[in-house]
Design a binder for this molecule. Structure first.
Ligand SMILES: [Zn+2]
Ligand SMILES: [Zn+2]
Length: 253
């Protein structure tokens, strides 16, 4: 409803650069110029985490990841144009842009995606209240429509984590440790609080499917690795992850 109203009120212009669309393109949200500024992430990369290959030795970024966490891929590098798009999704109150971001992610190749269930990375309660929606959940729903795969939300965030700038991969993993829980005691996890709404219960069998974590940005993958660890402990065998953006991080190798 809110989105329909938004559509009526907003003139047909690019959400990022405000260029007006022609009548033919009036349904669009992001213009070609803005979209072409998004720089795709391409191989050669670490087969597991999708980061550019280190010049020496093994990739350090994904060395500590839980065994179940197989593959992470991102659509575009988070530089100028893509950063604006993520900003609009997160802070601009424009969740509609999730459809455009998902369109850029739809070609990402993951093993088992044709039978996978999509799992958005949850927000902490305070951030959810401020924003009014979870941008990762919007992305997951938009991808779900494209891939024809369902979305489940087995994870809750038990605390918001501090900003992760300039931490090493090891420090980032420590920073997010314990940030997630599986929603439901039936998943093999003891949950601290009773589940109030039984409709939110996730059957244990759901976690045995290939799961695909969905998030807006991959920085070092520490948040995704922690989410994967919690899912693994709850019984998941195969977890992969997709994000729209990938931060250009210092080379830790
Ligand atoms: Zn534009
Ligand atoms: Zn790696």
């Amino acid at each position: 409803m809110r989105e329909a109203v938004e559509q009526l009120l907003l003139p047909a212009e690019c959400l990022l650069c405000r260029a007006l669309f022609s009548f033919r393109d009036a349904g669009r949200l992001v213009c070609d110029v803005c979209r072409h500024r998004w720089r795709p992430v391409r191989p050669p990369w670490c087969a597991r985490c999708g980061q550019p290959e280190p010049s020496f030795g093994r990739c350090r970024l994904c060395a500590e990841w839980p065994a179940a966490f197989g593959v992470a891929r991102s659509a575009v590098w988070l530089d100028a144009g893509a950063r604006e798009a993520v900003h609009a999704l997160k802070y601009g109150g424009l969740p509609r842009i999730a459809a455009e971001l998902a369109a850029a992610m739809v070609g990402l190749e993951l093993p088992g995606v044709e039978s996978a269930w999509l799992v958005p990375v949850p927000l902490g309660r305070a951030r959810f209240r401020d924003r009014g929606y979870n941008q990762s959940e919007r992305l997951a729903r938009a991808l779900s429509r494209r891939w024809g795969r369902p979305v489940i939300e087995p994870l809750v965030r038990t605390r918001d984590t501090a900003a992760q700038t300039a931490l090493t991969p090891e420090a980032r993993l420590a920073n997010v440790a314990g940030a997630f829980q599986v929603r439901n005691g039936e998943c093999g996890m003891r949950s601290e609080r009773p589940v109030k709404n039984s409709a939110l219960r996730i059957p244990h069998s759901a976690l045995r499917r290939p799961l695909v974590l969905v998030d807006d940005v991959f920085t070092t993958g520490a948040t995704l690795a922690e989410a994967a660890r919690v899912l693994e402990r709850a019984g998941a065998h195969t977890v992969s992850a997709v994000t729209f953006g990938r931060a250009v991080v210092p080379d830790f190798t």
